[in-house]
Design a protein around this ligand. Structure first.
Ligand code: GDG
Length: 694
């Protein structure tokens, strides 16, 4: 199985050297960083527009040790003008960013857009072998999934939309709204950056197409398309390491020394969505209102040239440069220039040195799909403050940032003051919170999870599927088995299809189903509201008909006093037991933390159970093994099956094995279970298969 990626931008761009040889440089931006490592590991094909030197039609990459192939499509000047600058960047881009007054809908450009999408699809069809995964990216290629689906009814096709999906009132201004939606619905999995974009998309499918829409799904004939919020991450560790490297630290220090003032940093493609003029106005207002800041604060604007062929971008450049000139003209004095304006991209090291040098980073787009710069700064800075627009997709997942409204010039100026006056301790605490959230879902996880979910459940072993013919007592863990592991427990929604599969099994007179979990049972009923489902909570302490023993609060309080503190560490008080979660703590601190947890004094009659990056302190004598034995005694005459993923499930596997039942481990790692499945998706597929047995 290979991956075929389709994107407008190619992962490496060619430059012709003096000796006539071609040098390939990685393209700036998240997509190359996200997918190049996977392609280098697994091989495959990347299909993209070969912008420079179009005579080179294909290339094996990376240079020196090729592992995958890039098919370079040469677009004609006309196609570039009408498809790329025209429909993609003159219609879809402004519309999706709510700039309707800039959106131009022209039939001729739409026709070119369709034609270029057909060319991309044709190139993919030439490469495709059964079993391959096709992953199409972004708004330039919205029709490709539909075009591929016509020829490949069985193929697995994914799509990721990297920009905002506008609300229905805005989206439906597009004269070809149906066609764009139908194109995207050729995919099996459509990814967006935020839940709001996913909702808007589902809304459009329902209202424009009249499609049957469920919770994150759209019915298209016999197919079900999944629509999910999956915000892209960054390579957190690489940014942290780069930022800590001695030469970058020295470079950052030089930047500060040369400036001799506080530094406000802004890094954007020069695009009207990024709110650059509004931000400069806010800085002007700040200098006007706070004369003492003059000579003490400098704004450094890195503006990366972008889409210079489009008239609107040229105008924006003139506007920005005019404003920079005005502000500098108005306030410069004694060798201090308030705005340093750089109209070019920096190399990565230089970029990170700027992130490290900055006292505050201003990310103030008027609208942005996500914004990677905000995340990169949070991973690189040691003592800076992030000001982040509420209109960036990333705002919902960056808890340590100061949220700003870019339209509120005076408010923005005040937030600047607050950032510059923030005590060091608070700055550090905010950065730690930001990093913990970045680490919980980095770029590699994002890519791997998308591809894994696109690939779908693995082929189910026949010996497991055939069990469905017998009366079963099905016992399942919840987190990691019926639901993907979530960053915070309340977000652990069940795997799509889990509820339906369990409902069907419970409807069957022969089968019984129980959940055996470390959670409180009410939480599981919240996720799986099924009255006939038998939920055993708190690792066997909590049973449906009997209330658990009185909680020993004094013990819990004495334990809690001994727990270490660390950024990202979360104590979950379950009233009867207490769990320490360190999933969101920096990995390099895990060993030390585990040593500290080993030293916690556990009172007699209590025990500690290690789980996946969690330790649970609870009264002894309970456990999933015991729970399984009790369940088997309560529901005799059925074949017991236990499915689980965690260390705490091992004793349940042993209990089931001892009584001739079937044990199934979900995921990798050593286990006492007899069978294995790879993910919650496979578990749901198995439960579904059992439910369909006559
Ligand atoms: C689109 C969506 C979404 C920038 N300047 C330099 C430089 N960069 C790199 C940054 C970052 C990337 O470019 C910019 O990414 P953003 O996310 O900020 O913005 P867009 O280009 O508009 O990206 C956006 C993204 O797709 C991903 O889905 O987040 O909302 O609009 O990685 O580091 N890199 C270097 N020098 C620079 O001067 N080396």
């Amino acid at each position: 199985m290979a991956v075929i990626v389709l994107s407008n931008r190619e992962p490496y761009a060619p430059t012709l050297q003096a000796d006539g040889r071609v040098r390939w440089t990685p393209s700036i931006g998240g997509l190359t960083a996200a997918l190049d490592p996977v392609m280098q590991r697994d091989g495959g094909t990347w299909i993209a527009w070969g912008e420079k030197h179009p005579q080179i039609t294909a290339v094996d990459l990376p240079p020196g040790q090729p592992r995958y192939r890039v098919e370079r499509l040469a677009l004609s000047a006309e196609e570039v003008r009408l498809h790329y600058h025209g429909f993609a960047n003159g219609a879809l881009w402004p519309m999706s960013h709510y700039f309707l007054e800039r959106a131009q809908y022209r039939a001729e450009e739409w026709a070119a857009y369709r034609q270029v999408n057909e060319r991309f699809a044709a190139a993919a069809l030439r490469q495709y072998r059964p079993g391959d995964l096709l992953w199409v990216h972004d708004y330039q290629l919205a029709l490709v999934p539909g075009l591929l689906r016509r020829h490949l009814p069985e193929a697995r096709i994914g799509f990721f939309w990297h920009i905002p999906w506008a609300s229905q009132d805005v989206f439906r201004t597009l004269p070809w709204d149906r066609e764009v939606l139908e194109g995207l619905l050729g995919a099996d999995l459509v990814g967006m950056h935020t839940p709001a974009y996913a909702r808007h998309f589902l809304d459009a499918c329902e209202r424009t197409l009249g499609a049957e829409v469920g919770n994150g799904t759209v019915k298209v004939g016999a197919r079900t398309v999944r629509v999910e919020a999956r915000p892209i991450g960054i390579e957190v560790q690489e940014f942290e390491q780069l930022a800590a490297a001695p030469d970058i630290t020295a470079r950052a220090q030089r930047l500060r020394d040369n400036l001799r003032t506080l530094m406000l940093l802004c890094v954007d493609r020069l695009d009207y969505t990024k709110g650059i003029p509004e931000r400069l106005e806010a800085f002007r207002s700040f200098l006007e209102r706070h004369p003492t800041a003059r000579g003490r604060v400098t704004l450094v604007q890195i503006a990366v040239p972008s889409r210079q062929e489009v008239g609107a971008y040229l105008k924006l450049r003139q506007q920005v440069e005019g404003l920079v000139g005005q502000i500098n003209g108005q306030f410069s004095r004694d060798g201090w220039t308030p705005v340093h304006y750089v109209y070019r991209g920096l190399d990565r090291e230089d970029l990170v040195a700027h992130y490290r040098a900055a006292d505050a980073m201003l990310v103030t787009p008027l609208r942005d799909g996500l914004n990677l710069v905000a995340k990169e700064f949070a991973a690189s800075s040691r003592d800076g403050v992030l000001l982040l627009s509420r209109f960036a997709g990333a705002a919902g997942e960056m808890p340590g940032a100061i949220e700003v409204n870019p339209y509120d010039v005076d408010g923005l100026a005040e937030s600047l003051l607050r950032a510059l006056r923030m005590p060091l301790e608070e700055k550090k605490a905010r950065l730690e919170r930001l990093r913990a959230s970045l680490r919980s879902s980095d770029l590699k996880t994002w890519t791997a999870a998308f591809l894994r979910d696109l690939a779908g459940p693995d082929a189910l072993p026949e010996e497991l599927v055939s069990l469905g013919a017998r009366p079963l007592l099905i016992m399942c863990d919840y987190d990691g088995t019926l639901a993907p592991i979530a960053r915070v427990p309340r977000d652990a929604d069940p795997q799509p299809g889990a509820l339906e599969a369990l409902a069907r099994l419970l409807h069957h007179p022969a089968h019984r189903a129980a959940i055996v979990t470390g959670r409180r049972s009410v939480q599981v009923y919240g996720f799986l509201p099924l009255p006939d489902l038998y939920v055993v909570g708190l690792h066997g302490m909590e049973w449906p008909e009997t209330s658990p023993p009185a909680p020993e609060r004094l013990v819990i309080e004495s334990l809690a006093r001994q727990f270490p503190a660390a950024p990202g560490l979360r104590i979950e008080d379950k009233r009867w037991t207490v769990a320490v979660h360190y999933r969101n703590v920096a990995p390099e601190r895990h060993a030390e933390l585990e040593r500290q947890l080993d030293r916690v004094v556990v009172p007699p009659g209590w025990e500690v159970i290690p789980g996946k990056l969690v330790r649970e302190f609870r009264p002894a004598g309970y456990g999933k093994g015991q729970a399984v034995r009790t369940l088997m005694a309560a529901f005799p005459g059925r074949l017991p099956v236990y499915l689980g993923d965690d260390f705490t499930d091992e004793e349940a596997f042993e209990a089931v094995n001892a009584l001739g039942g079937v044990s199934v481990k979900v995921g990798a790692g050593p286990t006492a279970a007899y069978s294995r499945l790879t993910s919650p998706a496979s578990v749901v597929a198995l439960l579904t298969a059992w439910g369909h047995h006559a």
